[in-house]
Design a protein around this ligand. Structure first.
Ligand code: FES
Length: 491
């Protein structure tokens, strides 16, 4: 029944709609405070579980209001609104649903009128009682707004504005905003689909459309075989969602070994001094040759710095940014990098021999310090000094995936105030209910960790220079931390 069906929401859609994190919904379900059936919740139950929920304050409501207010702004039209064709298609689908709903209501109405006529003709007193019950019930149903009506209306609006995509076989979900490509939307949501050029040439981002329709939004030179055409294959980097619900069969990377080794020449766009000992590099890859990597991985950077015999200078660094932005790569380079392989590169940077607009070769990715995407356990990140670089990437990815029950970040430094991006960490803690951040001295860290009794139930990610990191890892294991839940990146 469509009237009843429209009250059910998937967890992702409920979270998207109400501005609640999926983790918060899952926790209420686990605690028995929010009924769910087959991965779905009802609008009424969500409103009962969050009686204080104010739709005016939900992100989705804000977004729709912004869309309404600025509907004709060119930038918004391009970036937030779907194409006219997608809008027409989704409105048509909603029109069909409404027509079906209307037909169903008409049938009920006819049935009710027939029932009322029978009751009028039937002998009292039972018939009179039933007639009164029916009249009162109908009066109640028609006078008061149904609980969750606002949410249902907002859901209908959002189904037009953003498409919901389910990925097979993983079952993961993401939303496509405006006319963005399926690939961009999937990366933004923390998925790791197979892809290469990002430019419609290599064909590696092929996906099979299982249900729904897509539309091409970028040029593509790749030629599908007849078999692929017959099986409804599309390029994720060149298509967006046309229908409001789409099901795609996608090849996803599940582990670092699924990501191919790549060599790219990127441009150094910006250098920021984060502290006396740490600089931030912002590299940008060519549009048609982006770096595919998993959050937390490292790459080798190389430059022609004219050092000694003029040969290349290399260094191995963790990517500090999220794979969701595969063109803009961020690195934190420390003056005191202990890795022999990275010291020359670091010295060149601090000596001013690496300059904006230089070509930098990027080779990789390397390493297996990556997030277990499917784990719902709390996440604890421990960074020591510039170990924050891979942790930053992992946290951005974890926030995008929205699967963990909570996120805790400890950032330790030997120098008071040595946490070189404190505002960013505080912003996470302020913006996310389930995020906590603590800056502390390296000496304080062992006692603080020993006092955290929840560590053994968490997935712990630990990164930084080897002496401190090895000591912390040893202490955690000795305290009973299961080795499989402890992930270490030490240099
Ligand atoms: S990533 Fe190469 S065609 Fe889409």
């Amino acid at each position: 029944m469509l009237g009843v069906m429209s009250q059910w929401l998937t967890l992702s859609r409920a979270a998207h709609l109400l501005g609640i994190s999926r983790v918060a919904l899952q926790k209420r379900i686990r605690d028995g405070e929010l009924p769910s059936f087959d991965g779905m919740v009802t609008v009424d139950d969500v409103q009962r579980a969050w009686p204080q929920l104010d739709l005016d304050e939900s992100g989705s409501f804000e977004k729709t209001r912004a869309i309404r207010e600025d509907a004709f702004a060119r930038r918004l039209r391009e970036r937030v609104l779907p194409t006219q064709e997608a809008l027409a298609q989704r409105l048509f689908a909603q029109g069909q649903e409404l027509a079906e709903l209307q037909r169903t209501l008409t049938r009920y109405h006819t049935l009710l009128e027939a029932l009322r006529a029978r009751l009028d003709a039937a002998p009292p007193p039972v018939a009179a009682d039933l007639a009164q019950l029916l009249d009162e019930g109908l009066a109640r149903a028609l006078s008061a707004p149904a609980p969750g009506e606002d949410v249902v209306a907002l859901d209908a609006m959002l189904r037009v504005m953003s498409a919901h995509v389910t990925v097979k076989p993983s079952g993961r979900e993401f939303f496509v905003e405006g006319s963005e490509t399926l690939l961009k939307a999937a990366l933004r949501a923390g998925l790791s689909p197979n892809y290469g050029c990002g430019n419609g040439v290599c064909g590696l981002c092929k996906a099979r459309v299982v249900a729904g329709e897509t539309r091409s939004v970028a040029p593509s030179d790749y030629r599908f075989s007849e078999a692929e055409k017959a099986q409804d294959h599309v390029l994720m980097c060149a298509c967006t969602a046309l229908s409001s619900d789409l099901v795609l069969e996608v090849l996803e990377a599940g582990a670092p070994e699924d990501i191919p080794e790549q060599r790219i020449v990127a441009k150094l766009r910006r250098i920021d001094t984060l502290s006396a000992d740490v600089m931030r590099l912002h590299l940008q890859t060519p549009r048609s040759n982006r770096l595919r990597f998993l959050a937390g991985q490292r790459v080798t950077l190389g430059i022609r710095a004219g050092v000694g015999d003029g040969s290349d200078v290399h260094g191995e660094f963790s990517v500090a940014s999220c794979p969701c932005d595969d063109r803009n790569l961020i690195f934190h380079v420390s003056r005191h990098d202990r890795r022999a392989a990275s010291a020359d590169f670091s010295a060149c940077l601090f000596d001013g021999r690496i300059r904006i607009a230089d070509d930098v070769s990027v080779w990789g990715p390397w390493g297996s310090f990556v997030l277990e995407n499917t784990s719902p356990r709390p996440l604890v990140f421990i960074a020591v000094e510039d170990g924050f670089a891979p942790i930053n990437s992992l946290i951005e990815h974890a926030i995008a995936v929205d699967a963990a029950e909570s996120i805790t970040l400890y950032w330790a430094s030997a120098q008071p105030g040595g946490q070189y991006l404190p505002n960013q960490c505080r912003a996470w803690a302020e913006a996310l209910d389930e995020f906590s951040y603590r800056a502390l001295g390296v000496d304080e860290l062992p006692a603080v960790l020993a006092a955290n009794t929840a560590l053994a139930q968490s997935d712990v990610y630990l990164a930084g220079a080897a002496p401190s990191i090895d000591a912390i890892a040893t202490a955690l294991l000795a305290a009973g931390m299961p080795p499989a839940r402890l992930h270490v990146e030490a240099w």
